[in-house]
Design a protein around this ligand. Structure first.
Ligand code: URP
Ligand code: ZN
Ligand code: ZN
Ligand code: ZN
Length: 458
């Protein structure tokens, strides 16, 4: 038949507009959008939105950290993502000590192949800029791995300012994009030593050791280095107003600067660290949660296109793993879950609460991530020729989030008890129905590594 699948009567929402139409799908791609399409395999989406599958460009699946691993691997993590309406993840392939960037790709391919159920890409986290890396980088940038990450913190992973400048130049010369984790390393070490010497070991001191200025300073430094060589730069997990303003200012001056925030920085705050009985460890991540007034200012930054994407930095650890830091906050594995509920949380708190138009919600969670990371228009929109990565989103469905109704492989959610109206009820990945009403229903190991192209500035 002409179509493998017809999705009828839904309201298609892209970053540009919203309209009711039918979608004809063949061989995993959208081949027609029209007012009336008929076929044999029909999904009726009357009363629902049809949005491009979510793209989460900041995840850490099966990531080694502090002698343990994040608890979602590419199997459990991508299933949870699919149920929550995300059809593409871009994970960080971190160069292990003593290994090359190509080794890192092989290691992460092995983690993902035979496990991932949705499509995926890898940013390469460069932890050692040696001659081999200098040789490999241009080739990798041109061969599907068009973005890199640089850490300004974490022993054994961080690069110096000199190396950051060099890598910005390499990326610029080879149509690549550098993503930066921006925090001031020395100030954190100074603060940690003082706090521990005073016996201050509770989770809240994680946040106090890495104050807003620590992130703002490093963000400014990274952005100025990028401006120096006029290279594009993307600051990951922007947590506060001050860092967001650095990015906004640079953009205003015409530089190729972009920024990402994450769900948790929009909805949670430093007060969460004060939950009793070590529960504050649930929120130990870097950068840490901030004073509550930042939430609204970050929403504003998104609304006015001062920040370009919303990701999750999904990096879950069981409470048992968090307990490694029971007597010393510096030993608590950094990271929290969030891959599954991103779309519902951003839709509810963004669109329902009047902070974002629905098209902007799609832009921030799918279209911009696809453009910035070289996947557009294959991903990030609903258009003829695009992959049929389509989420049926029911604006009337009410859910109270709980660890009991999420599918992430971890024993808590930072969003426990959060109520949302609007939830994904079906997810298509390349035309296959992979999730429906909170369950994974697709085949196993169907995810494909995406060869990403040149990053676009947005
Ligand atoms: O705390 C975090 N964010 N853990 C994951 C690693 C990183 O820095 O992104
Ligand atoms: Zn980071
Ligand atoms: Zn991260
Ligand atoms: Zn379920």
């Amino acid at each position: 038949s002409t179509y493998d699948l017809v999705i009828k009567n839904g309201k298609i929402v892209t970053s540009g507009d919203s309209y009711v139409a039918d979608i004809g799908v063949k061989d995993g791609k959208v081949i027609e959008i029209a007012t009336c399409i008929d076929g044999e395999n029909v999904y009726d989406a009357k009363g629902k939105y049809l949005i491009p599958g979510g793209i989460d460009v900041h995840t850490h699946l099966d990531m080694p950290f502090c002698g343990t691993f994040s608890s979602d691997d590419f199997l459990t993590g991508t299933k949870a993502a699919a149920i929550g309406g995300t059809t593409t993840v871009v994970d960080y392939a971190i160069q292990p000590g003593g290994k090359t960037l190509k080794d890192a790709i092989d290691i992460w391919k092995e983690k993902a192949e035979g496990k991932a159920v949705i499509d995926y890409g890898f940013h390469l986290a460069v932890t050692n800029l040696d001659d081999q890396a200098r040789k490999d980088l241009p080739e990798l940038l041109k061969n599907g791995f068009s973005s890199f990450k640089v850490f300004m913190v974490y022993d054994g992973m961080r690069l110096s300012d000199k190396e950051l400048l060099e890598i910005l130049q390499i990326a610029k010369d080879n149509d690549g994009l550098v993503c930066v984790h921006a925090e001031n390393y020395d100030s954190i070490n100074y603060n940690i030593a003082k706090l521990l010497a005073d016996g201050k070991t509770d989770p809240v001191y994680h946040a106090i050791s890495r104050p807003q200025k620590c992130e703002a300073e490093a963000t400014n430094r990274a952005v100025k280095l990028a401006e120096m060589v006029d290279a594009p730069i993307y600051i990951v997990h922007v947590s506060n107003r001050e860092a967001a303003d650095v990015i906004a200012r640079s953009r205003q001056e015409g530089f190729k600067t972009m920024g990402e925030t994450c769900t948790q920085y929009l909805l949670l705050s430093i007060d969460n660290y004060l939950e009793p009985d070590f529960a504050g460890s649930k929120y130990v991540m870097s950068p840490p949660l901030r004073e509550g007034f930042n939430n609204e200012l970050l929403w504003d930054s998104l609304k006015f296109s001062k920040l370009q994407t919303i990701a999750t930095d999904h990096c879950p650890f069981f409470m048992e793993q968090k307990k490694m830091g029971l007597n010393d906050f510096t030993k608590i594995p950094n990271g929290a879950p969030g891959i599954e509920a991103r779309l519902a949380l951003i839709y509810h708190n963004g669109v329902n609460e009047g902070r974002l138009p629905i098209e902007k919600f799609v832009e921030l969670t799918s279209t911009n991530p696809a453009k910035i990371f070289g996947m557009y228009p294959k991903k990030g929109t609903i258009a003829v020729g695009s992959d049929a990565d389509i989420v049926v989103f029911d604006p009337e469905k009410e859910v109270t989030l709980s660890v009991d109704n999420l599918h992430e492989n971890v024993d808590y959610t930072p969003f426990e008890g959060f109520s949302v109206k609007g939830y994904p009820v079906a997810t298509f990945s390349r035309g296959d129905l992979v999730a429906e009403n909170g369950e994974y229903v697709g085949s196993e190991a169907r995810g494909q590594l995406i060869k990403r192209g040149k990053p676009q500035l947005v």
